[in-house]
Design a protein around this ligand. Structure first.
Ligand SMILES: Nc1ncnc2c1ncn2[C@@H]1O[C@H](COP(=O)(O)OP(=O)(O)OP(=O)(O)O)[C@@H](O)[C@H]1O
Length: 558
């Protein structure tokens, strides 16, 4: 199957190397160590052979070759140690940086981009794909240099012994260090990418099953879910089978050329001897050195096959980094001040990549203090109005004006300061209750947090918890009721004190009594603020002074 890739290998290498610039020092030391280690390996074999020959009386300098052989052995040990330490220190440093960068990229394109995306796959990219890049930074750059240096050294040595050896070795090196690795990479890219994608799907299914375990049990869907996971597992196994097959095939090929090189050196020695040119010492030393250099060089093919997964992972990360956000920060933002009016002027909208119009020439004016309820059939476009107001998306036609200023001219920071959004469920972080409320205002004092909790009607409940405001939500999260979680969300809003509060089905998780309480809290504590409230329940909207109905892709006053 032919696959299309978003980036060429060259492009990906350039980007990865650009990312690696910040750990240049580590990479230089680890690469130098790798080169010295590989050269020392060649030296060990070559000088070792000469040492043996000197011991047998074929050549002189027994002591010198002995010292050189032992020196090379020490150098191998030291350089391998340094290579391992510095390459990993650098690689782990860069991975930490990439995690932050990926979060920034997601932050830039979210929330529009996140709508409809698999959380598990995203987590796989953020955790596992990034870890896979460790291989590039820790195990690739050294071998790339070795693959040029070792053949070059051996070919020069071969020329010194006899040019015939060099002409025989050059095609073998070209085969092992150029033709085989590049063919392996070309043939295996799709396999690597497929493996990473399928792994993402599998992790996503597992995560989804964990999240929805309650519904799975209630509806007896365990068997079906297990089958789904098994199917995703089979797909991963299938992809990993091809990856293993590819890896084994390309790892075996270079072996053949290493043996061929040894045979050809012997053939050359025979041909030269038949012409009366005898250099047994040079031939044996070259044969050993060439074997050492070839075994280091053929490592490259193995490195390349391991890179298949790395490139698959890098492609998925770069795709996120290169995703353009639906809406961007204005170049010269204009401050709108406290929001007095909001106007939807002739707004039409279709979701990106779709034809279907959700809003069609919608007009609406909202004034400060309006408490507006929006109702309408499911899928009519109620939430879309809020998403446009929050600038998750931009209208396809028309404009949204805040105090007469087009919303695209207002910075996201100001927009988010002035407009708060409360959804069906409030996400609680693994931190204390106080910190969870203070998410809305990190500089808030404990008095401010307490006051916000009191206004939201959750203070009494918090005081009953073992550590009060310091109670850790990590352990308590599942024990809080929908209403308690929602009240923490409301406390956040009070703390932030926005001009407008948008609510999308805020009470759908609450029973009638708690819903009434929550709405009463909002409508009394927030009487002077603008509220836009979406709900299917007419009881939820009773306190609103304006009720709008979504109909025919627009809103109509009821
Ligand atoms: N990201 C998206 N891409 C494409 N279509 C979308 C997207 N999000 C929503 N839609 C579609 O847009 C339409 C309006 O969705 P919206 O969520 O605004 O409806 P709603 O009135 O709030 O529905 P509900 O009451 O069920 O929450 C629906 O048909 C929905 O399937």
């Amino acid at each position: 199957m032919k696959r299309k890739f978003s980036y060429s290998i060259g492009e990906m290498n350039r980007r990865l190397l650009a990312i690696g610039k910040s750990i240049r020092g580590y990479l230089v030391i680890s690469t130098l160590s790798s080169i010295i280690g590989a050269l020392a390996h060649m030296g060990l074999m070559g000088f070792g052979a000469l040492w043996l020959l000197a011991a047998a009386g074929f050549c002189g300098n027994f002591a010198l070759y002995g010292i050189l052989t032992v020196g090379c052995a020490i150098l191998i040990a030291v350089s391998r140690y340094l290579e391992g330490v510095f390459s990993h220190m650098g690689a782990y440093g860069i991975l930490a940086k990439m995690r932050v960068q990926l979060f920034d990229s997601i932050d830039r394109v979210a929330p529009a981009w996140l709508i409809g995306r698999e959380t598990g796959d995203l987590m796989n990219i953020a955790v596992s794909d990034i870890e896979t890049l460790e291989f590039f930074f820790a195990h690739t750059i050294g071998p790339m240099f070795t693959v040029i240096l070792l053949p070059l050294t051996t070919v020069i040595l071969a020329f010194c012994v006899n040019p015939l050896y060099a002409w025989v070795l050059i095609p073998i090196y070209l085969m092992i260090s150029v033709v085989l690795p590049f063919s392996a990479l070309k043939a295996g890219r799709g396999i690597g990418m497929r493996y990473r994608e399928r792994l993402g799907i599998l992790k996503s299914k597992i995560l989804e099953s964990v999240y929805s375990i309650r519904d799975i049990q209630i509806f007896g869907a365990g068997e079906r879910k297990a089958e789904e996971i098994q199917r995703a597992n089979d797909e991963v196994n299938h992809a990993s089978f091809w990856l293993t097959l590819h890896r084994q095939t390309v790892a075996s090929f270079p072996n053949f050329f290493v043996y061929l090189a040894r045979i050809l050196i012997l053939v050359c020695a025979g041909v030269l001897a038949s012409r009366g040119i005898n250099n047994p010492v040079g031939t044996i030393a070259l044969s050993f050195a060439a074997t050492a250099s070839l075994s280091s060089t053929f490592n490259l093919t193995f490195v390349v096959t391991s890179l298949l997964e790395t490139y698959g992972a890098a492609e998925r990360i770069f795709q996120i980094e290169d995703t353009l956000p639906e809406t961007t920060e204005p170049e010269s933002p204009v401050s709108c001040g406290e929001i007095q009016t909001i106007e939807f002027r002739d707004v039409s909208f279709s979701y990106p990549g779709t034809e279907k119009k959700i809003l069609d020439h919608m007009n609406l004016i909202i004034k400060k203090g309006d408490q507006i309820g929006i109702e309408g059939e499911s899928g009519a476009g109620k939430s879309t109005i809020l998403r446009l107001l929050l600038r998750f998306y931009a209208p396809s036609e028309g404009q949204i004006l805040l105090n007469g200023i087009p919303s695209e001219k207002i910075s996201f920071a100001e927009l988010h300061k002035r407009i708060a959004f409360l959804e069906q469920d409030t996400y609680l972080f693994d931190d204390t209750i106080a910190a969870n409320i203070a998410v809305a205002k990190p500089s808030a004092t404990s008095e401010e947090i307490r006051l916000a909790a009191k206004r939201a009607g959750i203070d009494d409940f918090i005081e009953t918890l073992p550590d009060g405001y310091d109670t850790d939500m990590g352990q308590m999260n599942a024990r809080l009721s929908g209403g308690e979680r929602q009240r923490i969300g409301i406390a956040r809003i009070f703390l932030r004190n926005p001009d407008i509060c948008l609510m999308d089905e805020p009470s759908s998780a609450l029973d009638a009594l708690h819903e009434k309480e929550m709405l009463h809290t909002l409508q009394t504590e927030y009487a002077d603020k603008t509220i836009l409230l979406i709900s299917h329940r007419s009881s939820t909207l009773t306190g609103c002074n304006r009720i709008l109905k979504m109909q025919d892709k627009t809103v109509k006053e009821k």
